[in-house]
Write a protein that binds this ligand. Structure first.
Ligand SMILES: Nc1ncnc2c1ncn2[C@@H]1O[C@H](COP(=O)(O)OP(=O)(O)OP(=O)(O)O)[C@@H](O)[C@H]1O
Length: 565
Protein backbone atom coordinates (compact mmCIF):
# COMPACT_ATOMS: atom_id res chain seq x y z
CA UNK A 1 0.00 0.00 0.00
CA UNK A 2 3.06 2.26 0.36
CA UNK A 3 2.84 2.56 -3.42
CA UNK A 4 -0.37 4.61 -3.14
CA UNK A 5 1.34 6.96 -0.67
CA UNK A 6 4.16 7.49 -3.13
CA UNK A 7 1.79 8.36 -5.98
CA UNK A 8 -0.40 10.37 -3.57
CA UNK A 9 0.69 13.62 -5.29
CA UNK A 10 -0.99 12.41 -8.50
CA UNK A 11 -4.14 11.17 -6.77
CA UNK A 12 -4.45 14.56 -5.02
CA UNK A 13 -3.94 16.30 -8.36
CA UNK A 14 -6.96 14.39 -9.75
CA UNK A 15 -8.98 14.15 -6.53
CA UNK A 16 -12.38 14.89 -8.16
CA UNK A 17 -11.86 12.23 -10.76
CA UNK A 18 -10.90 9.68 -8.10
CA UNK A 19 -13.89 10.69 -5.95
CA UNK A 20 -16.17 10.08 -8.96
CA UNK A 21 -14.52 6.69 -9.46
CA UNK A 22 -15.03 5.66 -5.81
CA UNK A 23 -18.69 6.83 -5.80
CA UNK A 24 -19.36 5.06 -9.12
CA UNK A 25 -17.80 1.83 -7.79
CA UNK A 26 -19.88 1.96 -4.59
CA UNK A 27 -23.13 2.65 -6.51
CA UNK A 28 -22.38 -0.05 -9.11
CA UNK A 29 -21.64 -2.55 -6.34
CA UNK A 30 -24.94 -1.75 -4.59
CA UNK A 31 -26.80 -2.08 -7.91
CA UNK A 32 -25.27 -5.48 -8.56
CA UNK A 33 -25.95 -6.67 -5.00
CA UNK A 34 -29.71 -6.04 -5.04
CA UNK A 35 -30.75 -8.74 -7.60
CA UNK A 36 -30.02 -11.80 -5.39
CA UNK A 37 -32.17 -10.34 -2.57
CA UNK A 38 -34.98 -9.66 -5.05
CA UNK A 39 -34.62 -13.16 -6.52
CA UNK A 40 -34.71 -14.68 -2.99
CA UNK A 41 -37.97 -12.89 -2.23
CA UNK A 42 -39.40 -14.00 -5.57
CA UNK A 43 -38.40 -17.64 -4.97
CA UNK A 44 -39.99 -17.64 -1.50
CA UNK A 45 -43.14 -16.06 -2.98
CA UNK A 46 -43.29 -18.78 -5.67
CA UNK A 47 -42.77 -21.47 -2.98
CA UNK A 48 -45.70 -20.09 -0.95
CA UNK A 49 -48.03 -19.19 -3.85
CA UNK A 50 -47.84 -21.89 -6.57
CA UNK A 51 -49.68 -20.12 -9.44
CA UNK A 52 -47.99 -16.68 -9.43
CA UNK A 53 -49.23 -14.53 -12.39
CA UNK A 54 -47.36 -12.25 -14.86
CA UNK A 55 -48.77 -9.18 -13.10
CA UNK A 56 -46.85 -10.09 -9.91
CA UNK A 57 -43.67 -11.03 -11.81
CA UNK A 58 -43.05 -8.16 -14.24
CA UNK A 59 -42.28 -5.31 -11.75
CA UNK A 60 -39.41 -7.39 -10.27
CA UNK A 61 -38.16 -8.33 -13.76
CA UNK A 62 -38.25 -4.67 -14.88
CA UNK A 63 -36.32 -3.61 -11.76
CA UNK A 64 -33.71 -6.31 -12.44
CA UNK A 65 -33.27 -5.06 -16.01
CA UNK A 66 -32.92 -1.46 -14.82
CA UNK A 67 -30.29 -2.45 -12.26
CA UNK A 68 -28.36 -4.37 -14.93
CA UNK A 69 -28.21 -1.27 -17.19
CA UNK A 70 -27.24 1.00 -14.29
CA UNK A 71 -24.42 -1.38 -13.29
CA UNK A 72 -23.17 -1.49 -16.89
CA UNK A 73 -23.18 2.32 -17.22
CA UNK A 74 -21.44 2.95 -13.89
CA UNK A 75 -18.80 0.29 -14.47
CA UNK A 76 -18.06 1.76 -17.90
CA UNK A 77 -17.76 5.25 -16.37
CA UNK A 78 -15.31 4.42 -13.63
CA UNK A 79 -13.17 2.20 -15.80
CA UNK A 80 -12.91 5.00 -18.36
CA UNK A 81 -11.98 7.55 -15.68
CA UNK A 82 -9.44 5.24 -14.13
CA UNK A 83 -7.65 4.18 -17.29
CA UNK A 84 -7.44 7.76 -18.56
CA UNK A 85 -5.90 8.78 -15.19
CA UNK A 86 -3.37 5.97 -15.50
CA UNK A 87 -2.43 7.17 -18.99
CA UNK A 88 -2.12 10.72 -17.69
CA UNK A 89 0.27 9.57 -14.94
CA UNK A 90 2.28 7.68 -17.57
CA UNK A 91 2.49 10.86 -19.68
CA UNK A 92 3.58 12.99 -16.71
CA UNK A 93 6.22 10.49 -15.57
CA UNK A 94 7.58 10.13 -19.10
CA UNK A 95 7.91 13.89 -19.46
CA UNK A 96 9.48 14.20 -16.00
CA UNK A 97 12.03 11.44 -16.60
CA UNK A 98 12.81 12.61 -20.11
CA UNK A 99 13.21 16.21 -18.92
CA UNK A 100 15.47 15.01 -16.10
CA UNK A 101 17.64 13.05 -18.55
CA UNK A 102 17.93 16.12 -20.77
CA UNK A 103 19.42 18.09 -17.87
CA UNK A 104 21.94 15.47 -16.85
CA UNK A 105 25.61 15.41 -17.82
CA UNK A 106 27.46 12.87 -19.96
CA UNK A 107 28.55 10.89 -16.87
CA UNK A 108 24.88 10.16 -16.09
CA UNK A 109 24.39 8.50 -19.49
CA UNK A 110 27.64 6.57 -19.16
CA UNK A 111 26.52 5.32 -15.74
CA UNK A 112 23.00 4.27 -16.74
CA UNK A 113 23.42 3.41 -20.40
CA UNK A 114 20.86 4.16 -23.11
CA UNK A 115 19.31 0.67 -22.98
CA UNK A 116 18.64 0.87 -19.24
CA UNK A 117 17.20 4.38 -19.51
CA UNK A 118 14.90 3.16 -22.29
CA UNK A 119 13.78 0.39 -19.97
CA UNK A 120 12.89 2.95 -17.27
CA UNK A 121 11.06 5.09 -19.84
CA UNK A 122 9.17 2.12 -21.22
CA UNK A 123 8.59 -0.92 -18.98
CA UNK A 124 9.00 0.71 -15.55
CA UNK A 125 6.71 3.66 -16.23
CA UNK A 126 4.16 1.31 -17.81
CA UNK A 127 4.09 -0.84 -14.65
CA UNK A 128 3.67 2.25 -12.46
CA UNK A 129 0.76 3.32 -14.65
CA UNK A 130 -0.81 -0.13 -14.28
CA UNK A 131 -0.43 0.28 -10.51
CA UNK A 132 -2.68 3.35 -10.46
CA UNK A 133 -5.00 1.86 -13.10
CA UNK A 134 -5.53 -1.81 -12.34
CA UNK A 135 -4.25 -1.38 -8.76
CA UNK A 136 -7.02 1.09 -7.89
CA UNK A 137 -9.64 -1.08 -9.63
CA UNK A 138 -8.57 -4.13 -7.70
CA UNK A 139 -8.33 -2.32 -4.41
CA UNK A 140 -11.49 -0.19 -4.42
CA UNK A 141 -13.70 -2.62 -6.32
CA UNK A 142 -12.61 -5.62 -4.27
CA UNK A 143 -12.79 -3.76 -0.96
CA UNK A 144 -16.20 -2.14 -1.64
CA UNK A 145 -17.75 -5.29 -3.09
CA UNK A 146 -16.50 -7.65 -0.39
CA UNK A 147 -17.53 -5.27 2.44
CA UNK A 148 -21.02 -4.79 0.98
CA UNK A 149 -21.46 -8.54 0.41
CA UNK A 150 -20.46 -9.30 3.99
CA UNK A 151 -22.83 -6.60 5.34
CA UNK A 152 -25.75 -7.99 3.27
CA UNK A 153 -24.97 -11.58 4.26
CA UNK A 154 -24.76 -10.74 7.96
CA UNK A 155 -27.70 -8.34 8.19
CA UNK A 156 -30.15 -9.66 5.57
CA UNK A 157 -29.48 -13.41 5.61
CA UNK A 158 -27.60 -15.16 8.40
CA UNK A 159 -24.84 -13.82 10.70
CA UNK A 160 -23.58 -17.26 11.81
CA UNK A 161 -23.21 -18.46 8.24
CA UNK A 162 -21.37 -15.21 7.38
CA UNK A 163 -18.79 -15.92 10.09
CA UNK A 164 -18.25 -19.40 8.54
CA UNK A 165 -17.60 -17.78 5.14
CA UNK A 166 -14.99 -15.46 6.61
CA UNK A 167 -13.08 -18.15 8.54
CA UNK A 168 -10.64 -19.12 5.71
CA UNK A 169 -9.82 -15.46 4.85
CA UNK A 170 -6.87 -14.94 7.28
CA UNK A 171 -5.07 -17.83 5.52
CA UNK A 172 -5.57 -16.05 2.20
CA UNK A 173 -4.31 -12.71 3.60
CA UNK A 174 -1.17 -14.39 4.97
CA UNK A 175 -0.46 -16.19 1.66
CA UNK A 176 -0.99 -13.05 -0.47
CA UNK A 177 1.33 -11.00 1.73
CA UNK A 178 3.99 -13.67 1.38
CA UNK A 179 3.64 -13.81 -2.42
CA UNK A 180 3.73 -10.00 -2.58
CA UNK A 181 7.10 -9.94 -0.80
CA UNK A 182 8.49 -12.68 -3.04
CA UNK A 183 7.21 -10.83 -6.10
CA UNK A 184 8.85 -7.60 -4.93
CA UNK A 185 12.30 -9.26 -4.82
CA UNK A 186 11.91 -11.20 -8.04
CA UNK A 187 10.52 -8.32 -10.10
CA UNK A 188 13.55 -6.22 -9.08
CA UNK A 189 15.76 -8.87 -10.65
CA UNK A 190 13.59 -9.21 -13.74
CA UNK A 191 13.50 -5.43 -14.38
CA UNK A 192 17.27 -5.29 -13.94
CA UNK A 193 17.67 -8.20 -16.35
CA UNK A 194 15.39 -6.45 -18.86
CA UNK A 195 17.53 -3.29 -18.58
CA UNK A 196 20.73 -5.28 -19.21
CA UNK A 197 19.13 -7.01 -22.15
CA UNK A 198 18.05 -3.68 -23.71
CA UNK A 199 21.56 -2.37 -23.10
CA UNK A 200 23.19 -5.29 -24.93
CA UNK A 201 20.74 -5.08 -27.81
CA UNK A 202 21.33 -1.34 -28.13
CA UNK A 203 25.13 -1.79 -28.17
CA UNK A 204 24.89 -4.58 -30.72
CA UNK A 205 22.57 -2.79 -33.13
CA UNK A 206 24.36 0.57 -32.97
CA UNK A 207 27.78 -1.03 -33.44
CA UNK A 208 26.73 -3.73 -35.93
CA UNK A 209 28.99 -2.52 -38.76
CA UNK A 210 32.10 -2.46 -36.54
CA UNK A 211 31.21 -5.84 -35.02
CA UNK A 212 30.81 -7.35 -38.46
CA UNK A 213 34.07 -5.86 -39.75
CA UNK A 214 35.95 -7.38 -36.78
CA UNK A 215 34.06 -10.66 -37.01
CA UNK A 216 32.70 -10.15 -33.47
CA UNK A 217 29.07 -10.83 -34.28
CA UNK A 218 29.22 -14.38 -32.84
CA UNK A 219 30.70 -13.35 -29.49
CA UNK A 220 28.34 -10.38 -29.22
CA UNK A 221 25.43 -12.66 -30.05
CA UNK A 222 26.55 -14.94 -27.22
CA UNK A 223 26.48 -11.93 -24.88
CA UNK A 224 22.95 -10.98 -26.00
CA UNK A 225 21.82 -14.61 -25.68
CA UNK A 226 23.27 -14.79 -22.15
CA UNK A 227 21.40 -11.63 -21.10
CA UNK A 228 18.23 -13.01 -22.68
CA UNK A 229 18.68 -16.25 -20.72
CA UNK A 230 19.02 -14.29 -17.47
CA UNK A 231 15.92 -12.29 -18.37
CA UNK A 232 13.94 -15.45 -19.19
CA UNK A 233 14.96 -17.07 -15.89
CA UNK A 234 13.93 -13.97 -13.96
CA UNK A 235 10.61 -13.82 -15.83
CA UNK A 236 9.95 -17.53 -15.20
CA UNK A 237 10.63 -16.99 -11.48
CA UNK A 238 8.14 -14.12 -11.60
CA UNK A 239 5.55 -16.23 -13.45
CA UNK A 240 5.92 -19.00 -10.83
CA UNK A 241 4.84 -16.56 -8.13
CA UNK A 242 2.10 -15.06 -10.31
CA UNK A 243 0.75 -18.54 -10.92
CA UNK A 244 0.19 -19.04 -7.16
CA UNK A 245 -2.27 -16.15 -6.73
CA UNK A 246 -5.32 -17.49 -8.53
CA UNK A 247 -5.23 -21.09 -7.19
CA UNK A 248 -4.80 -19.73 -3.63
CA UNK A 249 -7.83 -17.44 -3.88
CA UNK A 250 -9.88 -20.17 -5.62
CA UNK A 251 -8.97 -22.63 -2.86
CA UNK A 252 -10.10 -20.17 -0.19
CA UNK A 253 -13.34 -19.47 -2.12
CA UNK A 254 -13.99 -23.24 -2.41
CA UNK A 255 -13.43 -23.65 1.36
CA UNK A 256 -15.97 -20.85 1.99
CA UNK A 257 -18.52 -22.54 -0.33
CA UNK A 258 -18.03 -25.90 1.40
CA UNK A 259 -18.51 -24.41 4.87
CA UNK A 260 -21.64 -22.57 3.69
CA UNK A 261 -23.17 -25.69 2.24
CA UNK A 262 -22.41 -27.79 5.29
CA UNK A 263 -23.54 -25.27 7.94
CA UNK A 264 -26.31 -23.79 5.70
CA UNK A 265 -28.08 -27.13 5.14
CA UNK A 266 -28.12 -27.74 8.93
CA UNK A 267 -29.56 -24.24 9.49
CA UNK A 268 -32.30 -24.83 6.86
CA UNK A 269 -33.16 -28.23 8.38
CA UNK A 270 -33.41 -26.62 11.85
CA UNK A 271 -35.65 -23.86 10.42
CA UNK A 272 -33.25 -20.96 11.08
CA UNK A 273 -33.13 -20.15 7.35
CA UNK A 274 -35.48 -20.56 4.39
CA UNK A 275 -34.45 -22.35 1.18
CA UNK A 276 -34.67 -19.01 -0.71
CA UNK A 277 -32.26 -17.43 1.82
CA UNK A 278 -29.76 -20.28 1.39
CA UNK A 279 -30.02 -19.84 -2.38
CA UNK A 280 -29.46 -16.08 -2.04
CA UNK A 281 -26.53 -16.76 0.31
CA UNK A 282 -24.88 -18.93 -2.35
CA UNK A 283 -25.53 -16.36 -5.04
CA UNK A 284 -23.80 -13.74 -2.88
CA UNK A 285 -20.87 -16.07 -2.30
CA UNK A 286 -20.39 -16.01 -6.08
CA UNK A 287 -19.96 -12.24 -5.71
CA UNK A 288 -17.07 -12.84 -3.31
CA UNK A 289 -14.99 -14.81 -5.82
CA UNK A 290 -14.03 -11.72 -7.83
CA UNK A 291 -12.96 -9.64 -4.79
CA UNK A 292 -10.87 -12.57 -3.54
CA UNK A 293 -9.13 -12.92 -6.88
CA UNK A 294 -8.82 -9.14 -7.10
CA UNK A 295 -6.95 -9.03 -3.79
CA UNK A 296 -4.49 -11.49 -5.33
CA UNK A 297 -4.07 -9.34 -8.46
CA UNK A 298 -3.78 -6.26 -6.24
CA UNK A 299 -0.79 -7.60 -4.31
CA UNK A 300 0.84 -8.70 -7.55
CA UNK A 301 0.25 -5.40 -9.38
CA UNK A 302 1.39 -3.30 -6.42
CA UNK A 303 4.56 -5.34 -5.92
CA UNK A 304 5.53 -4.81 -9.58
CA UNK A 305 4.50 -1.15 -9.61
CA UNK A 306 6.34 -0.25 -6.42
CA UNK A 307 9.60 -1.84 -7.64
CA UNK A 308 9.32 0.07 -10.90
CA UNK A 309 8.53 3.32 -9.12
CA UNK A 310 11.59 2.85 -6.90
CA UNK A 311 13.73 2.35 -10.01
CA UNK A 312 12.33 5.46 -11.70
CA UNK A 313 12.72 7.54 -8.51
CA UNK A 314 16.29 6.33 -8.13
CA UNK A 315 17.10 7.95 -11.49
CA UNK A 316 14.99 11.04 -10.79
CA UNK A 317 16.69 11.59 -7.43
CA UNK A 318 20.11 11.85 -9.00
CA UNK A 319 20.86 15.51 -8.57
CA UNK A 320 23.23 17.64 -10.55
CA UNK A 321 24.52 21.01 -9.28
CA UNK A 322 22.58 23.86 -10.88
CA UNK A 323 24.64 25.50 -13.59
CA UNK A 324 25.89 28.85 -12.37
CA UNK A 325 24.15 30.67 -15.19
CA UNK A 326 20.82 29.24 -13.97
CA UNK A 327 20.91 30.64 -10.45
CA UNK A 328 21.67 34.20 -11.52
CA UNK A 329 24.29 34.58 -8.75
CA UNK A 330 27.33 35.31 -10.85
CA UNK A 331 30.09 37.41 -9.37
CA UNK A 332 32.11 37.85 -12.53
CA UNK A 333 33.97 40.76 -14.04
CA UNK A 334 31.91 42.12 -16.96
CA UNK A 335 34.50 41.26 -19.59
CA UNK A 336 34.71 37.57 -18.70
CA UNK A 337 32.33 35.13 -20.27
CA UNK A 338 33.51 32.21 -18.28
CA UNK A 339 35.78 31.28 -15.42
CA UNK A 340 36.88 28.01 -13.90
CA UNK A 341 39.02 27.69 -10.80
CA UNK A 342 40.34 24.28 -9.80
CA UNK A 343 42.81 24.88 -6.95
CA UNK A 344 43.22 21.12 -6.44
CA UNK A 345 43.02 20.11 -10.08
CA UNK A 346 40.33 17.70 -11.27
CA UNK A 347 39.90 13.97 -10.85
CA UNK A 348 37.28 11.81 -12.62
CA UNK A 349 34.97 9.61 -10.57
CA UNK A 350 36.66 6.27 -9.72
CA UNK A 351 40.11 7.52 -10.78
CA UNK A 352 43.13 7.88 -8.48
CA UNK A 353 45.09 10.38 -10.50
CA UNK A 354 44.26 13.92 -11.57
CA UNK A 355 43.04 14.44 -15.14
CA UNK A 356 43.82 18.15 -14.73
CA UNK A 357 46.45 19.92 -12.64
CA UNK A 358 45.45 22.96 -10.52
CA UNK A 359 44.09 25.59 -12.86
CA UNK A 360 42.53 29.06 -13.08
CA UNK A 361 41.09 29.76 -16.49
CA UNK A 362 39.06 32.73 -17.71
CA UNK A 363 37.59 33.50 -21.11
CA UNK A 364 36.59 36.94 -22.39
CA UNK A 365 34.55 38.14 -25.33
CA UNK A 366 36.48 38.20 -28.59
CA UNK A 367 38.99 35.62 -27.33
CA UNK A 368 40.08 32.73 -29.54
CA UNK A 369 41.54 30.31 -27.02
CA UNK A 370 43.52 27.23 -27.96
CA UNK A 371 44.05 24.28 -25.61
CA UNK A 372 46.88 21.84 -26.26
CA UNK A 373 48.60 19.03 -24.44
CA UNK A 374 49.70 15.44 -24.91
CA UNK A 375 47.10 12.70 -25.42
CA UNK A 376 45.11 12.24 -22.21
CA UNK A 377 46.28 15.56 -20.70
CA UNK A 378 42.69 16.58 -19.94
CA UNK A 379 41.64 18.74 -22.91
CA UNK A 380 38.20 17.14 -23.34
CA UNK A 381 37.73 16.97 -19.56
CA UNK A 382 38.31 20.74 -19.31
CA UNK A 383 35.73 21.44 -22.03
CA UNK A 384 33.22 19.20 -20.26
CA UNK A 385 33.86 21.07 -17.00
CA UNK A 386 33.25 24.36 -18.81
CA UNK A 387 30.02 22.91 -20.16
CA UNK A 388 28.98 21.75 -16.71
CA UNK A 389 28.89 18.14 -17.85
CA UNK A 390 31.46 17.07 -15.30
CA UNK A 391 31.15 17.56 -11.59
CA UNK A 392 33.67 19.24 -9.34
CA UNK A 393 33.35 19.69 -5.60
CA UNK A 394 35.56 22.74 -5.75
CA UNK A 395 34.43 26.16 -6.85
CA UNK A 396 32.18 25.44 -9.83
CA UNK A 397 32.63 26.77 -13.30
CA UNK A 398 31.05 30.22 -13.70
CA UNK A 399 29.43 31.00 -16.97
CA UNK A 400 28.42 34.60 -17.39
CA UNK A 401 24.66 34.98 -16.87
CA UNK A 402 22.75 33.82 -19.94
CA UNK A 403 25.93 33.06 -21.90
CA UNK A 404 24.88 30.56 -24.53
CA UNK A 405 27.33 27.76 -25.22
CA UNK A 406 27.61 25.52 -28.27
CA UNK A 407 29.74 22.40 -28.14
CA UNK A 408 31.13 20.24 -30.90
CA UNK A 409 32.42 17.03 -29.30
CA UNK A 410 34.80 14.47 -30.76
CA UNK A 411 31.95 11.99 -30.99
CA UNK A 412 29.66 13.86 -33.36
CA UNK A 413 25.92 13.58 -32.94
CA UNK A 414 23.93 13.65 -36.18
CA UNK A 415 20.36 12.43 -36.40
CA UNK A 416 18.16 10.84 -39.02
CA UNK A 417 16.42 13.57 -40.99
CA UNK A 418 17.46 16.10 -43.61
CA UNK A 419 20.71 18.05 -43.49
CA UNK A 420 18.61 21.16 -42.90
CA UNK A 421 16.85 19.53 -39.91
CA UNK A 422 20.23 18.64 -38.44
CA UNK A 423 21.52 22.18 -38.91
CA UNK A 424 18.49 23.91 -37.41
CA UNK A 425 18.40 21.76 -34.32
CA UNK A 426 19.37 24.69 -32.06
CA UNK A 427 17.61 27.37 -34.13
CA UNK A 428 14.36 26.04 -35.54
CA UNK A 429 13.37 29.36 -37.13
CA UNK A 430 16.66 29.94 -38.99
CA UNK A 431 16.19 31.31 -42.53
CA UNK A 432 17.81 29.65 -45.53
CA UNK A 433 20.19 32.63 -45.81
CA UNK A 434 21.31 32.16 -42.17
CA UNK A 435 21.76 28.42 -42.69
CA UNK A 436 23.87 28.95 -45.78
CA UNK A 437 25.96 31.65 -44.08
CA UNK A 438 26.77 29.28 -41.19
CA UNK A 439 27.69 26.55 -43.68
CA UNK A 440 29.89 28.92 -45.65
CA UNK A 441 31.73 29.83 -42.45
CA UNK A 442 32.16 26.12 -41.69
CA UNK A 443 33.37 25.49 -45.29
CA UNK A 444 30.61 22.93 -46.00
CA UNK A 445 28.20 24.94 -48.18
CA UNK A 446 29.89 23.91 -51.44
CA UNK A 447 29.84 20.21 -50.52
CA UNK A 448 26.12 20.44 -49.76
CA UNK A 449 25.35 22.24 -53.01
CA UNK A 450 26.95 19.34 -54.89
CA UNK A 451 24.58 16.80 -53.33
CA UNK A 452 21.60 15.94 -55.61
CA UNK A 453 19.07 17.12 -53.00
CA UNK A 454 21.26 19.81 -51.47
CA UNK A 455 20.10 20.88 -48.01
CA UNK A 456 17.18 18.45 -48.26
CA UNK A 457 19.49 15.43 -48.46
CA UNK A 458 18.31 12.82 -46.00
CA UNK A 459 20.74 11.44 -43.45
CA UNK A 460 20.29 8.13 -41.71
CA UNK A 461 21.18 7.67 -38.02
CA UNK A 462 24.65 8.98 -37.03
CA UNK A 463 24.96 10.85 -40.33
CA UNK A 464 25.63 7.81 -42.53
CA UNK A 465 26.05 9.03 -46.09
CA UNK A 466 28.55 11.80 -45.27
CA UNK A 467 32.33 11.64 -45.07
CA UNK A 468 34.05 12.11 -41.70
CA UNK A 469 35.22 15.61 -42.67
CA UNK A 470 31.73 16.57 -43.88
CA UNK A 471 30.21 15.41 -40.61
CA UNK A 472 32.71 17.52 -38.65
CA UNK A 473 32.06 20.66 -40.70
CA UNK A 474 28.30 20.10 -40.55
CA UNK A 475 28.52 19.91 -36.74
CA UNK A 476 30.58 23.11 -36.66
CA UNK A 477 28.01 24.85 -38.93
CA UNK A 478 25.21 23.75 -36.59
CA UNK A 479 27.09 25.21 -33.60
CA UNK A 480 27.70 28.50 -35.45
CA UNK A 481 24.02 28.71 -36.45
CA UNK A 482 22.95 28.39 -32.81
CA UNK A 483 24.14 31.98 -32.18
CA UNK A 484 26.17 30.85 -29.19
CA UNK A 485 28.41 33.28 -27.36
CA UNK A 486 30.89 30.57 -26.46
CA UNK A 487 31.87 27.93 -28.99
CA UNK A 488 33.66 24.87 -27.60
CA UNK A 489 35.37 22.82 -30.33
CA UNK A 490 36.85 19.53 -29.19
CA UNK A 491 39.36 18.25 -31.72
CA UNK A 492 36.76 18.38 -34.48
CA UNK A 493 39.22 19.24 -37.28
CA UNK A 494 40.89 15.83 -37.23
CA UNK A 495 39.33 14.63 -40.52
CA UNK A 496 39.96 17.88 -42.44
CA UNK A 497 42.81 18.62 -44.85
CA UNK A 498 45.32 21.38 -44.06
CA UNK A 499 43.84 23.85 -46.57
CA UNK A 500 40.30 23.53 -45.22
CA UNK A 501 41.59 23.79 -41.65
CA UNK A 502 43.35 27.06 -42.38
CA UNK A 503 40.28 28.51 -44.13
CA UNK A 504 38.08 27.43 -41.25
CA UNK A 505 40.37 29.16 -38.71
CA UNK A 506 40.24 32.40 -40.72
CA UNK A 507 36.42 32.19 -40.96
CA UNK A 508 36.03 31.49 -37.26
CA UNK A 509 38.20 34.51 -36.40
CA UNK A 510 35.89 36.71 -38.50
CA UNK A 511 32.83 35.17 -36.80
CA UNK A 512 34.23 36.03 -33.31
CA UNK A 513 33.74 39.75 -33.87
CA UNK A 514 34.48 40.77 -30.23
CA UNK A 515 31.05 39.44 -29.27
CA UNK A 516 31.82 35.80 -28.83
CA UNK A 517 34.58 33.47 -27.69
CA UNK A 518 35.96 30.22 -29.04
CA UNK A 519 37.79 27.47 -27.20
CA UNK A 520 39.49 25.01 -29.50
CA UNK A 521 41.35 21.83 -28.66
CA UNK A 522 43.19 20.20 -31.50
CA UNK A 523 45.94 17.72 -32.08
CA UNK A 524 46.81 19.81 -35.17
CA UNK A 525 49.22 22.05 -33.29
CA UNK A 526 50.04 24.12 -36.38
CA UNK A 527 46.54 25.63 -36.22
CA UNK A 528 47.12 27.06 -32.76
CA UNK A 529 49.19 29.98 -34.01
CA UNK A 530 45.84 31.50 -35.16
CA UNK A 531 44.63 31.57 -31.54
CA UNK A 532 45.01 34.64 -29.29
CA UNK A 533 46.24 32.50 -26.44
CA UNK A 534 47.17 28.84 -26.00
CA UNK A 535 46.65 26.96 -22.76
CA UNK A 536 49.14 24.12 -22.54
CA UNK A 537 47.85 21.54 -20.10
CA UNK A 538 50.72 20.36 -17.93
CA UNK A 539 51.78 20.63 -14.32
CA UNK A 540 52.35 24.36 -14.79
CA UNK A 541 49.44 25.01 -17.18
CA UNK A 542 51.01 27.83 -19.26
CA UNK A 543 48.46 30.07 -20.94
CA UNK A 544 50.35 32.32 -23.41
CA UNK A 545 50.22 33.50 -27.03
CA UNK A 546 52.02 31.34 -29.60
CA UNK A 547 55.28 33.34 -29.65
CA UNK A 548 55.56 33.55 -25.86
CA UNK A 549 54.87 29.85 -25.51
CA UNK A 550 57.53 29.05 -28.10
CA UNK A 551 60.00 31.12 -26.13
CA UNK A 552 59.27 29.07 -22.97
CA UNK A 553 60.54 25.90 -24.61
CA UNK A 554 57.56 23.88 -23.40
CA UNK A 555 55.94 20.67 -24.80
CA UNK A 556 54.11 22.82 -27.39
CA UNK A 557 57.27 24.46 -28.72
CA UNK A 558 58.92 21.06 -29.06
CA UNK A 559 56.01 19.51 -30.99
CA UNK A 560 54.47 22.31 -33.02
CA UNK A 561 57.11 22.02 -35.75
CA UNK A 562 56.05 18.41 -36.58
CA UNK A 563 52.36 19.25 -36.74
CA UNK A 564 51.98 22.09 -39.21
CA UNK A 565 48.39 22.31 -40.37
N1 LIG B 1 34.54 9.64 -18.01
C1 LIG B 1 35.76 9.42 -17.55
N2 LIG B 1 35.91 8.70 -16.44
C2 LIG B 1 37.12 8.46 -15.93
N3 LIG B 1 38.25 8.91 -16.48
C3 LIG B 1 38.18 9.63 -17.61
C4 LIG B 1 36.92 9.93 -18.20
N4 LIG B 1 37.13 10.67 -19.31
C5 LIG B 1 38.46 10.82 -19.40
N5 LIG B 1 39.09 10.20 -18.39
C6 LIG B 1 40.52 10.17 -18.11
O1 LIG B 1 40.93 11.52 -17.89
C7 LIG B 1 42.17 11.76 -18.52
C8 LIG B 1 42.02 12.94 -19.50
O2 LIG B 1 41.16 12.54 -20.54
P1 LIG B 1 40.69 13.55 -21.66
O3 LIG B 1 39.81 12.85 -22.58
O4 LIG B 1 40.20 14.78 -21.01
O5 LIG B 1 42.10 13.87 -22.36
P2 LIG B 1 42.38 14.56 -23.74
O6 LIG B 1 43.53 15.45 -23.52
O7 LIG B 1 41.15 15.18 -24.28
O8 LIG B 1 42.77 13.29 -24.63
P3 LIG B 1 42.82 13.19 -26.23
O9 LIG B 1 43.91 14.07 -26.70
O10 LIG B 1 43.10 11.75 -26.48
O11 LIG B 1 41.46 13.62 -26.73
C9 LIG B 1 42.58 10.47 -19.23
O12 LIG B 1 43.49 9.81 -18.40
C10 LIG B 1 41.30 9.68 -19.31
O13 LIG B 1 41.56 8.30 -19.21
Amino acid sequence: MAFFLEVGWFIRQHKWRYLTIVLAIITASICSLLPPLMIAKLVDKVALQQNLGWAELWPTLAQLLLLAFATYGLRYLWRLCLFSSALELERQLLLKLYGHCCNMPAAFFRRHGTGKLLNHLNADINLVSQGVGNGVIFMVDAFVMSTLVVIVLATQLNALLTVCVLLPLPIMAWALKRYGKQMHDVSHQSQQALGNYYQNIEHTLSGMQVLKSHGYTQSQQAKVTASLETLTHANIAQSKIEAKYEPTTSLVAAASFLLTLAVGSVLVRQGHMSLGELLAFNLYLGYLIWPMNAFGFLFNTLALASVSLQRVNHVLNEKWPVAANDDGDVSMPEADLLEIHLPQGFKHENRDTNALHPLLFTLSKGQFQGIVGPIGSGKSSLLQLLLGQLKTEQQPCYLHANAKVAYVPQELALFSGSLKDNLTLAKQDATMAEIRQACQLACIDQDIQLLPMGYNTLLTESGHGLSGGQKQRLSIARAILSDAEVLLLDDCFSALDALTCRQLMVNLKCWLNDERAIVLTSSRLGLMRHCDSILELSERNHNLPHDALMAQGTWYSLHVGDKEA
